[in-house]
Write a protein that binds this ligand. Structure first.
Ligand SMILES: Cc1cc2nc3c(=O)[nH]c(=O)nc-3n(C[C@H](O)[C@H](O)[C@H](O)COP(=O)(O)O)c2cc1C
Ligand code: SF4
Length: 512
């Protein structure tokens, strides 16, 4: 977002010029036409669908979005309850709770489900959504595993403390420096490295060490020299299964296994996964662990609990998996008995921007991140319905293999016509909208009641994603400084007190 968060820019300033440049590049957002109440009633979008063990009242879906509102130990807070309660007010058919960690390890203010002590808070979350949606929204929780990642270190701290010195460093330096200045001890070598300029240092460090220095250390599923990474195929099925069991115990309607974006399971599916232990290499080997995880989850929760996954229709990185492999994965998951397939795109570490020193790399800052949460500045094609060809491709493959597994499409859906035509043309069976639902959590209900003109439409400039990147409470620029509803005194606000954390209320008397 240019200028201040309200979109204002000041004449003659750098942000004014940048904003003008960007305005020229901005993809147009089509005008919306909205259905009458009768048209909505007759639409596919507002018709029911069976998704495994439950029937959803409509084909509307709010996908997972991390709002940064949990405690730093991963517990549900009043702010978490309000966040999901507010989405439930708009009565989507399905609401998916943010990526929730399956391990019992500290992971900052992200929800966790890796131990029974998290159950009371999660139960309350389920109760809140049931009450606020009047029992009309089915609630899933997205369960995630991720590997270690560290902040980008100071150059000197890295070279003096973190770098593991090896013979190759001495040899590389010997190839560069004159013999009388060659270091003979580890300490001298570290001091010599500190004294090198970046170009010379790059020649001495190997690719991975250079990356650790300039992007921060990040584990990969291919780090088979690390015992805990080698053990992932043995450990993860049980961890996911126990997390899913807890979700069932807490009263959720189902779980979404997070197999997308930059995290462990997506890395197993990735074409970059060249593990040589039967869990990497060919598409069959790469899909093996995700399939085994699902099978263990199914054993744990039984067949009367909805289990599906979110995975990538395209990794959108160089050398990554593409649409045909994704279609094969989709068919494999359908054959294994998954209850839904939710399709996303990109969001990888490999092409993310290097973080500033002291910050961790964030997987939505590079080209693949922009494909995951496309903006109007991306190109002239813009964000609208951008990723639906991927869900369409996967759905075709799943159907031609004889499975009716519902497919969830997502990416730039912010109007009735786009949502309804995606369903009519078989691009997906359920329509997911993340940022549009953040911009206006009542938008599905407004359409259903024939009051679409009142929808606050997302403008896809990713102010919200910028907050996510900074790990501060996510809000929307279209409402977070609007205090005109007179609720100021009772409103929860961001830590700096400037932003409201809850979208303004919308009043209506009608029941759908
Ligand atoms: C603030 C924010 C947090 C997100 N967190 C998650 C997440 O936890 N899990 C996930 O699968 N996707 C996450 N996403 C991606 C969205 O679910 C969605 O795929 C993406 O925003 C594209 O859909 P849209 O165009 O409707 O916004 C997040 C998106 C945003 C904006
Ligand atoms: S949800 Fe709000 S902040 Fe995010 S892209 Fe849409 S309009 Fe911008």
């Amino acid at each position: 977002m240019e200028g201040d968060p309200r979109g204002r820019v000041y004449p003659g300033t750098v942000s004014d010029r940048t904003a003008a440049k960007k305005r020229r590049q901005r993809a147009p957002l089509p005008k919306a036409s909205w259905p009458t109440r009768d048209e909505a009633r007759a639409s596919r979008l507002f018709s029911p669908l069976r998704v495994g063990a439950f029937e959803t009242r409509t084909r509307t879906w709010v996908p997972a979005m991390v709002p940064w509102r949990a405690t730093k130990e991963g517990f549900v807070t009043p702010e978490v309850l309000e966040w999901y309660g507010r989405f439930a007010d708009g009565r989507p058919g399905v609401l998916v709770v943010e990526a929730t960690g399956i391990r019992d390890v500290p992971s900052g203010p992200l929800l966790r489900i890796g131990d029974d002590r998290f159950l009371p808070g999660l139960r309350e979350l389920v109760r809140t959504v049931q009450e606020r949606s009047q029992g009309q929204t089915r609630l899933l929780i997205q369960v995630i595993d991720f590997l270690a990642i560290r902040r980008r270190p100071e150059r000197e701290a890295y070279l003096r403390r973190f770098l593991r010195v090896r013979e190759g460093h001495f040899e590389a330096l010997a190839g560069r420096a004159s013999a009388d200045r060659l270091p003979s001890t580890e300490e001298e070598l570290r001091a010599a490295l500190v004294g090198l300029d970046d170009d010379s240092l790059r020649e001495v460090l190997d690719e991975r060490e250079w990356e650790d220095l300039t992007r921060g250390y990040r584990e990969r599923v291919t780090d088979l020299h690390l015992p805990h990474v080698r053990a992932l195929p043995r450990v993860l099925p049980g961890l996911f299964a126990r997390a899913a069991g807890r979700a069932r115990e807490a009263g959720f309607d189902g779980v979404e296994l997070h197999y997308a974006h930059a995290y462990t399971m997506a890395s197993f599916l990735s074409r970059l996964n060249r593990r040589d232990d039967g869990y990497g290499g060919s598409p069959e080997e790469r899909v093996r662990l995700p399939r085994e995880v699902f099978e263990e989850v199914r054993r744990e929760v039984g067949s009367d609990f909805t289990v599906g996954c979110r995975f990538l229709g395209h990794e959108a990185i160089s050398g990554g998996s593409e649409a045909d492999e994704a279609a094969f994965f989709g068919e494999t998951f359908a054959r294994a008995g998954m209850d839904f397939l939710s399709v996303s795109k990109g969001g990888k570490f490999e092409d993310a921007k290097a973080p500033r020193v002291g910050r961790a790399i964030y997987p939505y800052t590079g080209p693949s991140g922009l494909e995951c949460m496309p903006t109007v500045h991306l190109d002239l094609r813009g964000p609208i319905a951008r990723n639906l060809p991927l869900s369409a491709h996967i759905r075709r493959r799943v159907r031609s293999a004889g499975f009716e597994t519902p497919v969830v499409g997502c990416g730039g859906i912010n109007s009735f016509s786009v949502a309804e035509s995606a369903l009519q043309y078989g691009e997906c069976d359920l329509v997911a909208a993340a940022r549009q639902s953040l911009a206006d959590p009542d938008w599905f209900l407004k359409m259903e009641l024939g009051r679409g003109e009142e929808v606050r439409r997302c403008i896809y400039t990713n102010y919200c994603e910028g907050l996510d990147q900074k790990h501060v409470e996510v809000t929307c620029q279209l409402w977070d400084r609007d205090f005109s509803d007179g609720e100021d005194a009772t409103l929860r606000k961001s830590r700096d007190g400037k932003r409201r954390l809850e979208p303004p209320r919308w009043s209506h008397d009608d029941a759908p």
